[in-house]
Ligand binder design. Sequence first.
Ligand SMILES: C[S@@+](CC[C@H](N)C(=O)[O-])C[C@H]1O[C@@H](n2cnc3c(N)ncnc32)[C@H](O)[C@@H]1O
Length: 305
Amino acid sequence: MMTRPHIPVLLNEVIQSLAIRTGGLYVDGTFGAGGYTEAILNAAPDVRVIAIDQDETAVAAGQSLVQQYAPRLTLIHGRFGDMADLVSTPVDGVVLDIGVSSMQIDRPERGFSFQKDGPLDMRMGQTGQTAADVVNTFKESDLADILYEYGEEKASRRIARKIVQRRQEKPFQTTLDLADVIRSCLPRKPGDTDPATRSFQALRIYVNDELGELKRGLTGARSLLKAGGMLAVVSFHSLEDRIVKNFMAQESGHVPNPSKYMPEVQKKAPSFEILTKKPITPSPAELSVNPRARSSRLRVARRLS
Ligand SMILES: C[S@@+](CC[C@H](N)C(=O)[O-])C[C@H]1O[C@@H](n2cnc3c(N)ncnc32)[C@H](O)[C@@H]1O
């Protein structure tokens, strides 16, 4: 395998979970640098992959892999939330590796980094509103809600107030400008994580509608998977992991009755069987070579008929 700008996370665990079979068809909803896709294509003879990425630079860079594996790899520029429309045949497995790639986070011009200066963009796809549009135009209370809900930022109101005050003098254009204003709102002790971390995460999730996409992607996977097909999802923070966990619990019939005083909820036949009671996390060996895998979690479920 060639060296990639993004080290695939939990790669062996993902490939094992997918139980890839000869001649199978798989969807990689988050192509990135193609690490999962290539490993799936190599895992058994005659395997085919339909890969999706909303980032046109990832799709352009992936063309060499498309040629290398022709005609077994189809690479689509689109959102995995639309996978049920983008893919027309039932599949044997779906994998999602939620979040940003190293190519996105490491390139200051993409506007995700609060350590290197760049335009305040944060869009994984190249359309829609940027992070600058959000911080320069949204109401103070809406900004605070975004920081609280998607960043679990306790100082959300204070930060939103400061952002609104500052933008009246000069609108925000760059990542470091915003990061400095956020940092000025929060005390920081040596060894603490950068105070801008949570707010940047929140804006990124909002700008890319990451949680909405994840919910649509899970529903799409349910409709595309054949009976026996595998769903493997790698997530990076608790908000995403909760969505995956709840989806799998609900779809497998593992939802507790809300209260013993409530009437029994009519249960529908389960559509998935959970294969990971607890999420799979990276081994110490993986963490030693890829610290970015730190908070990753893999959950796997099998589609039932
Ligand atoms: C963590 S990287 C995936 C890395 C990949 N597994 C690999 O081994 O190279 C996430 C990728 O998914 C893409 N992505 C994120 N959300 C998406 C969505 N809703 N639809 C399509 N692509 C998405 C990002 O643009 C990024 O390229």
